[in-house]
Design a protein around this ligand. Structure first.
Ligand code: NAD
Ligand code: IPM
Ligand code: MN
Length: 343
């Protein structure tokens, strides 16, 4: 496996080190290349993602990324110039975000809910596309527009991906989350596309929820969701809610997929660089390790993926049952690696 590694900023390198520890524990044919991208490089060279680096990344089987973003870099420079550029250039149109409450993990929600859904977040369009502009900057009449781009091609391919996933899951349910009561142009495109594709999947129950109500139901009744398909921005927001109700942002994994395989897919925790805890060795690497399980699965290494997934479940159950001190980043990584080997 030729793996490109981008530790990035803040806790990124700390959690990625543990992700690699677990990966190497289950798969001995990993050839990694480290890419020094993020705040340090930007400060030194002004570069976020040089074209030459992007070209090299294309030659890998997959990318493992920690996090990007730094309080001493203007907001958006690294997020857009590095992370979103990777997602766009490598056509990561399926941003896959499982939202799952593992046995033993305490949810802040009452009544021990069952939460097991997959959010299929569109990854290359919507308000993230970067269209828009600023007029009369700095005047009292400044106008800032941020346009949401939604193409039939872009919406249809992610909707099809979500239907195919729903088809493989026992509950066979798909919920479109949007805001078609206000965003009538994009919302209508999404709704029509779901209705049309649904005709090819008669076994699947299709629902629609407005994004505001969906945010409420993620908290009051998360068990109603199975596969959720949604646009880039709604997907960003609801998956942080999903993380919060399933034990916290330190556990939430993601894959930025180009399901066609034309470009390497990229795996990363849902969380950011967490400047408030960076360098302290206390970040939870579980989300990154769970993202490594997704990476293995994506590359067809299903037995290895299952070992890592089982290690995550076992470690979370053990941590929930123990009343001891919280473990360090490294201790969690070592525990996960040991469990993965034992599985
Ligand atoms: P964040 O996810 O970095 O942090 C939010 C809170 O969660 C913080 O209190 C943090 O300490 C905690 N947290 C996050 N990951 C944790 C972990 N593994 N273990 C324990 N606690 C953890 O979000 P933010 O504060 O909104 O953003 C900080 C920076 O990260 C910004 O520059 C933002 O743009 C960037 N960001 C990057 C990504 C990414 O690279 N994919 C994602 C989100 C935010
Ligand atoms: C995430 C992050 C990114 C996003 C930012 C850092 C660009 O919040 O991966 O969820 O909004 O997609
Ligand atoms: Mn986010």
């Amino acid at each position: 496996m030729k793996l490109a590694v981008i530790g990035g900023d803040g806790i990124g390198p700390e959690v990625v080190a543990e992700g690699l520890r677990v990966l190497r524990a289950v798969h001995d044919k990993v050839e990694t290349t480290d890419y020094d991208l993020g705040a340090r490089r930007w400060h030194e060279t002004g570069e976020t993602l040089p074209d030459t680096v992007l070209d090299e990344l294309r030659g890998h089987d997959a990318i493992l990324l920690g996090a990007v973003g730094d309080p001493n870099v203007p907001s958006g420079v690294l997020e857009r110039g590095l992370l979103l550029r990777l997602r766009f250039e490598l056509d990561h149109h399926v941003n896959l975000r499982p939202v799952k409450l593992y046995p033993g993990v305490t949810s802040p929600l009452a009544g021990d809910p069952t939460i097991d859904m997959i959010v299929v977040r569109e990854g290359t369009e919507g308000p993230y596309a970067g269209a828009g502009g600023v007029l009369r900057k700095g005047t009292p009449h400044e106008i800032a527009t941020e346009e949401s781009i939604n193409t039939r091609f872009g919406v249809e391919r992610v909707v099809r991906d979500a239907f195919a996933r729903a088809q493989r899951r026992p509950r066979r349910k798909l919920t479109l989350v949007h805001k078609n009561n206000v965003l009538t142009k994009a919302g209508d495109l999404w709704s029509r596309t779901v209705t049309e594709v649904a005709a090819e999947f008669p076994e699947i129950t299709v629902e629609y929820q407005h994004a505001d109500a969906a945010s409420m139901f993620f908290i009051t009744d998360p068990g109603r969701f199975d596969v959720v398909v949604t646009d880039n921005l709604f997907g960003d927001i609801i998956t942080d809610i999903g993380a919060a109700v399933t034990g916290g942002i330190g556990l939430a994994a993601s894959g930025n997929l180009d399901p066609s395989g034309a470009h390497p897919s990229m795996f990363e925790p849902v969380h950011g660089s967490a400047p408030d805890i960076a360098g302290k060795g206390v970040a939870d690497p579980t989300a990154t390790v769970a993202s490594v399980a997704m990476l293995l699965d994506h590359l067809g290494l299903t037995a290895e993926a299952a070992k890592v997934e089982k290690a995550v479940a076992g470690s979370l159950a053990a941590r929930a049952a123990s009343a001891g001190q919280p473990l360090s980043t490294r201790e969690v990584g070592e525990d996960l690696a040991q469990r993965a080997v034992a599985n």
